[in-house]
Design a protein around this ligand. Structure first.
Ligand SMILES: [Zn+2]
Length: 160
């Protein structure tokens, strides 16, 4: 592969794709900050260390990578090492479900976005977060929505 970027640019890009602070997450955070919302990033002590968390409202937000978490629109299994990758995906999904259950058990509300949803329209995603927060803050009666997923993810979970 040819080197098309200078070293500085390359390390900037690498730092984006490495670790937990991935680009889509940063995009959504930027919008939330611009909207004046205050949140925590990967708070320790909260199950699954959500990408964005509102501690007082108990709203946890995850941005799931289309590949690692098996997005119904974009996941395609690698052709080599097929079994390895299938197991990997199953393990990630199992962990996602376990984290959700643990959050529900502790009274959290969970919003999950796919990486591509954030890439396509971070403002729409942030709007959904803000309106969920409004609902949560307006209603402490115990009839809170427990689990919210966006369109494509919901369709997928039904067909599972
Ligand atoms: Zn996707």
């Amino acid at each position: 592969m040819t080197d098309i970027w200078p070293r500085s640019k390359r390390s900037e890009v690498m730092s984006r794709i490495r670790g937990t602070n991935t680009l889509p997450e940063m995009k959504i955070r930027k919008v939330l900050t611009a909207a004046g919302l205050r949140y925590r990033i990967h708070p320790p002590g909260v199950p699954g260390k959500p990408d964005v968390a509102f501690l007082r409202s108990k709203l946890a937000v995850f941005v799931h990578g289309c590949f690692w978490h098996g997005c119904p629109d974009h996941y395609s299994a690698p052709k080599s090492n097929a079994i390895f990758w299938r197991r990997k995906l199953e393990k990630n999904r199992y962990r996602d479900a376990a984290v959700r259950d643990q959050l529900f058990a502790e009274g959290w509300v969970v919003l999950q976005f796919w990486e591509h949803e954030v890439e396509e329209d971070p403002i729409l995603c942030a709007t959904e977060i803000a309106s969920t927060l409004d609902k949560l803050n307006a209603d402490f009666s115990g009839s809170r929505v427990r689990w919210i997923r966006r369109g494509s993810a919901e369709r997928h979970s039904r067909s599972e």
